[in-house]
Design a protein around this ligand. Structure first.
Ligand code: URA
Length: 192
C-alpha cells in the first residue's frame, strides 16, 4: 500500500528533527516542523519560529499567534483546518531574519511539505515567505491582498500575499491592512 500523506509528513518531520546542516541547530529548543492536517486545502507560511515556538515546537504559539487566531476567526477560517509552517524550522538567534544559506538548507523540507500536502491556496505572511514562494523580490506595500498563480516544488496553487502578523502587533496601518486582507481571504476561501 502506498504511504499516506500523514506518514510521508511524519517521515519528513523525523528527518528535520535530526537536521544539523546549519548553525540554527546549535541553540534551538525544538524544530518547529509545522502543524495541521496533511490534506489541508489552505497552508499558511511565515518566516521562522520565535521564542514561544522554539519552546513548544508549535508554530504561532506566542503573541503573533494570538493575533493570527483572531484574524482567522474574523475571516471565518478554522486554524485547525489549515496547515501552518515557516520557511525555516529553527529559531534564528534574537529573532533575526533567517540568512539565505539557512533558508536554503530548509528549502527541501518546505518543498517536501508542499509536494505532500498539495495545498490549493497558500497564504504567505510577510516578505520572507512571499519571496521564497515567488522566487523574486516582493514589496508588500504594493502586493499585499493580491491573489497570484504560483508554482513551487512542482505544485501549482493560488498564492495570497499578506503581511506578517508580528508586524501588526502594535497597531497602526499594517494591522488594518492585515485585517482587510484576511476579510478578503475569507471570501476567497469560500470558493475552494
Ligand atoms: N513568527 C513566525 O514567522 N512564525 C511563527 O511560527 C511565529 C512567529
Amino acid at each position: 500500500m502506498p504511504a499516506s500523506k500523514e506518514e510521508k509528513l511524519r517521515w519528513l518531520e523525523a528527518e528535520a528533527e535530526d537536521c544539523k546542516l546549519c548553525r540554527l541547530n546549535e541553540g534551538r529548543g525544538n524544530v518547529v516542523f509545522g502543524v495541521g492536517p496533511a490534506n489541508a486545502k489552505i497552508m499558511l507560511l511565515a518566516e521562522a519560529p520565535g521564542r514561544m515556538e522554539d519552546k513548544t515546537g508549535v508554530p504561532f504559539a506566542g503573541a503573533a499567534g494570538k493575533f493570527l487566531n483572531k484574524l482567522l476567526l474574523e475571516a471565518g477560517l478554522k486554524r485547525e483546518e489549515t496547515y501552518i509552517t515557516n520557511v525555516v524550522m529553527s529559531r534564528p538567534p534574537n529573532n533575526r531574519k533567517p540568512l539565505p544559506d539557512e533558508i536554503g538548507f530548509c528549502r527541501p523540507f518546505l518543498k517536501g511539505k508542499i509536494s505532500i500536502i498539495k495545498p490549493e491556496l497558500v497564504v504567505s505572511l510577510g516578505a520572507t515567505a512571499s519571496e521564497e514562494l515567488l522566487g523574486r523580490r516582493v514589496v508588500l506595500g504594493s502586493e499585499h491582498g493580491t491573489l497570484q498563480d504560483c508554482e513551487y516544488a512542482g505544485v501549482k496553487f493560488k498564492l495570497f500575499v499578506s503581511y506578517h502578523p508580528a508586524a501588526a502587533l502594535y497597531g497602526g496601518q499594517t494591522r488594518l491592512k492585515l485585517q482587510e486582507d484576511f476579510k478578503k481571504l475569507g471570501k476567497l476561501a469560500e470558493k475552494i
